[in-house]
Design a protein around this ligand. Structure first.
Ligand code: HAM
Length: 416
C-alpha cells in the first residue's frame, strides 16, 4: 500500500471483520448502561485548550507532552480531547441544575501524542462513565460494579481491579510532604526523571517503572499513613461497599493515576492478556473546577483498543459469526433483474440481509462476487424462472441447489 493510502502514524482504519466486534461491544455496553440507568452524552472532539490544561494538571504527562493543541485561524487555543472527563464536566457545568446526580456515559475517539506501540495509539477510543455527586463510597462502588458488568458482558473475565485512595483534597499537602520527606534520603538513587518529580510531581514517583526507583518506593509506608482519619475511613467504606456490590479487587498502595483531578478512590483495571500496556481502564473520584464551578463526581474510562486486544480470538470469531446470513440475488437478463430488485426490497422489509448486482455482470462474475462477499445463499433467476415463477436456490456452504417456487422462497430463507 502506498503511503497516501495509509492513515497517519498511531491511527487506524477500522473495517470488517473487526468493525463487527466494535459494534457488538458497543451494543452490549449500551444494554448495560440502560440497566444501570446511565444516559449517553456526545460532546465535541475539539475543545478550548483551557478545558483540559489545568483540570488534568499542568505537570501531568498528558498536558506536558501529549496534547494536540493548536491555534484556530481566529486565534483561539483549542485541542483535540485527550480524554473525556474534562469535556463532559464542561458540559455538566452548563447544566448543573439538572445534573445534581447526573449519570452519564460517552464513547468516541481521544487523541494523545504518544510514541505508538501495541495498545498505545495516537487516536484511540474510550468508553467512559461519569457520575456526578459529592463523595459517597457506595456511589464509587456502584460505578465499579457497572464497569465489572461491562467486562462480563464482553466476555472478559480475567481482569483485576486494582484499588487505592488519594484521600480527600485537603490531605494532599500532608501526603506530598510526607512522601517527599521519605524519599529525600534516597534522592541520589532515584532516576533523573524522579529526581525532577521530587519537586514537581512527587506522587508519580510511586508508579515509576525503573527497577531502582521501584525498589525504593516498595519500602515506603502506604500513602494512607499521611491521610486524615476521615480519608482512611472513606477508603474502608469503599472496600465494604465493593463487597456488598460483589466486585472483587486488590489494594495496590503504589497506584496513583496520572491525572491531577482525583481525590479519594482511584483504580485501574488490568488484564493479564495484555503486554506492557496492561491497563484496560482507569478511573476514580474527582473534583474539578470548570467555568467557575466546582464539580465532583466519580467515573472511569475504558480503552476499547485494549479491550479488543484482550478479547480471546474465539470470542471475536463468535461475535462475527452471529451476523445474519447473507443472500445474494443473481439475475440473468433485464427482466430477471427487475423481478429481483422488487424481491430484494421485499426481503429487506422482512429483515433478510440481501444484495444483488445492479450493473449487468455475467452469471459467472455475479457468482464469484457472491462467494467473495461471503454469501450463504444465492438465488439465481433467468428467463425460464421468471416465466414459471421459480428460482434456483443455492446453499453456498454445502453446494446444494434446489428449484423453489417464489412463494416458498422467503419461508426457506427465514427458516420459518
Ligand atoms: P486514563 O487512564 O488516562 O484515564 O485512560 C483510560 C484508558 O484509556 C487507559 O486505561 C487505556 O486503556 C486507554 N488509553 C489511554 N491512552 C491510550 C493510548 N494512547 N492508546 C490506547 N489506549 C489508551 C482517563 O482518561 C480518565 N478520563 C478516566 C476517568 C474517567 N477517570 C474518571 N472518569
Amino acid at each position: 500500500m502506498s503511503d497516501s493510502s495509509n492513515p497517519i502514524k498511531g491511527m487506524s482504519d477500522i473495517f470488517t471483520p473487526e468493525v463487527e466486534v466494535w459494534q457488538t461491544l458497543e451494543d452490549r455496553a449500551r444494554q448495560v448502561m440502560t440497566r444501570f440507568d446511565f444516559r449517553e452524552v456526545r460532546t465535541p472532539i475539539v475543545e478550548s485548550a483551557s478545558v483540559y490544561m489545568h483540570s488534568l494538571g499542568d505537570t501531568s504527562e498528558i498536558v506536558e507532552k501529549q496534547m494536540y493543541a493548536f491555534e484556530t485561524r481566529g486565534g483561539k487555543q483549542v485541542c483535540l480531547r485527550p480524554e473525556g472527563t474534562a469535556g463532559v464536566m464542561r458540559f455538566v457545568s452548563g447544566h448543573l441544575q439538572d445534573m445534581q446526580d447526573g449519570r452519564l456515559y460517552y464513547t468516541g475517539p481521544m487523541f494523545r501524542a504518544e510514541r505508538p506501540q501495541a495498545g498505545r495509539k495516537r487516536q484511540f477510543h474510550q468508553l467512559g462513565v461519569e457520575c456526578i455527586g459529592t463523595p459517597s463510597a457506595s456511589q464509587d462502588a456502584e460505578v465499579m460494579a457497572l464497569q465489572a458488568a461491562l467486562f462480563e458482558a464482553w466476555g472478559l473475565n480475567e481482569v483485576t481491579f486494582q484499588l487505592n485512595t488519594r484521600g480527600r483534597l485537603e490531605d494532599f499537602p500532608k501526603v506530598l510532604e510526607g512522601l517527599r520527606a521519605s524519599l529525600e534520603p534516597h534522592r541520589e538513587d532515584l532516576c533523573e526523571d524522579c529526581q525532577r518529580k521530587l519537586e514537581s510531581n512527587v506522587l508519580r514517583i510511586l508508579d515509576c517503572k525503573q527497577s531502582g526507583c521501584r525498589a525504593i518506593v516498595e519500602t515506603l509506608p502506604p500513602i494512607t499513613r499521611w491521610m486524615s482519619g476521615e480519608s482512611v475511613a472513606y477508603f474502608e467504606e469503599v472496600k465494604s461497599a465493593l463487597d456488598l456490590f460483589g466486585v472483587s479487587y486488590v489494594v495496590n498502595p503504589l497506584l496513583v493515576r496520572g491525572l491531577d483531578y482525583y481525590q479519594h478512590s482511584i483504580w485501574e483495571v488490568t488484564s493479564s492478556a495484555l503486554g506492557a500496556q496492561d491497563a484496560l481502564a482507569g478511573g476514580g473520584r474527582y473534583v474539578m473546577s470548570m467555568g467557575g464551578k466546582s464539580i465532583e463526581g466519580v467515573g472511569f474510562g475504558i480503552g476499547l483498543e485494549r479491550v479488543l486486544l484482550a478479547l480471546p480470538d474465539a470470542e471475536k470469531k463468535q461475535i462475527v459469526s452471529q451476523e445474519p446470513p447473507l443472500t445474494v440475488l443473481v439475475s440473468l437478463g433485464g427482466e430477471a433483474r427487475q423481478v429481483n430488485v422488487k424481491r430484494m426490497q421485499e426481503f429487506r422489509a422482512a429483515g433478510i440481509r440481501v444484495r444483488m448486482d445492479l450493473g449487468g455482470k455475467s452469471l459467472k462474475a455475479q457468482m464469484k462476487a457472491a462467494s467473495r462477499c461471503g454469501a450463504r445463499y444465492t438465488v439465481v433467476v433467468g428467463e425460464s424462472e421468471v416465466a414459471d415463477g421459480t428460482v434456483q436456490l443455492k446453499d453456498m456452504q454445502d453446494g446444494t441447489q434446489q428449484q423453489v417456487t417464489s412463494q416458498d422462497l422467503l419461508q426457506r430463507l427465514t427458516g420459518a
